[in-house]
Design a protein around this ligand. Structure first.
Ligand code: UDP
Length: 236
C-alpha cells in the first residue's frame, strides 16, 4: 500500500549524467522512468521537478563571465531540456505525462498553472514542472518546494546520490552517521546542507515534509512510497 497519495519528486540534473561528464545518460533516464512507472502503477499522483546542473548552472556561468541573470535563464532552459527528455522516456515506458513550463514557450510545453497541474495529476498523468520558479537567483530545490506546496503534495521526495542526511560529510569523516529523522530547525541549527535555505524555509513554513533518499539505486523510489525508512525524513 502506498503511504502517499500525491508526491513532488525532485530529481537532480547532475544525476542524469550517469557516468558521463556532461549531458544526459540514456540508461539513467530509463532507470528513472522505470522507477516512476512503478509508483504511478500503484496509484500515486506524481509531480516532478528536475534540475539542470548536468547542462548549465547560472552561478558557474557567472564565473565564466556571463551576466548572472542570463546564466540563470540558461540554467532554467537546461531544466526544460531535461524535462522533455524525461517526458519522452516516460512516454516510451507507456506513462502518460505533461511537461509544463514556468516561462511561456509553447509549443515546447504549456505554461504552468496550479489548475493545469492538478487536473493532470487527478487524471493519473505525471506532470513535469520545468523551468524552476521562472526567476533567476532561485534553484530547482526552491522550485520543487514551491510547486510541491502549490499542488498540495503530501511530501517532497528529494532523490539524490546519497542515501540521506549525515552528521558530517561521510566521504570526509568515517564517523559520520545518518539521520533517520531530523527537524527543519535542527537542519538550520546544525548548518546541514540538505537544500538551499530558501527551499528549506518554504518547506518549513508551509509544512511540507521532505524525504532525502538515494534515487540512483533502482527500487528505492517504490520503497520510499511504501513507507520504508531508507532515507532521512525532514519535518517540523
Ligand atoms: N535556476 C534559476 N531559477 C530557478 C531554478 C533554476 O535561475 O527557479 C537556474 C540556476 O541557474 C541553476 C540552474 O537553473 O543553477 C539549474 O538548476 P539547479 O542547479 O537547481 O539544478 P541541479 O543542481 O539540481 O542539477
Amino acid at each position: 500500500m502506498a503511504k502517499f497519495k500525491r508526491v513532488l519528486l525532485k530529481l537532480s540534473g547532475e544525476s542524469l549524467m550517469g557516468s558521463q561528464e556532461y549531458g544526459i545518460d540514456s540508461q539513467r533516464l530509463n532507470d528513472y522512468a522505470t522507477q516512476i512507472k512503478e509508483i504511478v502503477e500503484k496509484g500515486v499522483q506524481v509531480a516532478i521537478v528536475i534540475g539542470g546542473g548536468n547542462i548549465f548552472r547560472g552561478l558557474s556561468g557567472s564565473t565564466q563571465g556571463f551576466d548572472r541573470v542570463k546564466g540563470d535563464q540558461m540554467g532554467m532552459l537546461a531544466t526544460v531540456i531535461n524535462s522533455l527528455a524525461l517526458g519522452s522516456a516516460l512516454k516510451n515506458h507507456g506513462v502518460s505525462n505533461r511537461v509544463l513550463t514556468a516561462i511561456r514557450m509553447e509549443p515546447i510545453g504549456e505554461f504552468y498553472s496550479k489548475d493545469k497541474a492538478v487536473e493532470s495529476l487527478e487524471k493519473g498523468e505525471v506532470v513535469i514542472l520545468s523551468g524552476g520558479t521562472g526567476n533567476p537567483y532561485f534553484t530547482t530545490d526552491t522550485g520543487s518546494s514551491l510547486r510541491g506546496i502549490e499542488v498540495e503534495a503530501d511530501v517532497m521526495l528529494k532523490g539524490t546520490r546519497v542515501d540521506g542526511i549525515y552528521t558530517a560529510d561521510p566521504e570526509k569523516d568515517p564517523t559520520a552517521t545518518k539521520y533517520e529523522k531530523i527537524t527543519f530547525d535542527e537542519v538550520y541549527s546544525q548548518g546541514l546542507k540538505v537544500m538551499d535555505l530558501t527551499a528549506t524555509a518554504m518547506c518549513k513554513e508551509n509544512n511540507l515534509p521532505v524525504i532525502v533518499f538515494d534515487m540512483d539505486t533502482i527500487g528505492n523510489l517504490v520503497k520510499v512510497i511504501d513507507g520504508e525508512n531508507i532515507g532521512t525524513y525532514v519535518y517540523n
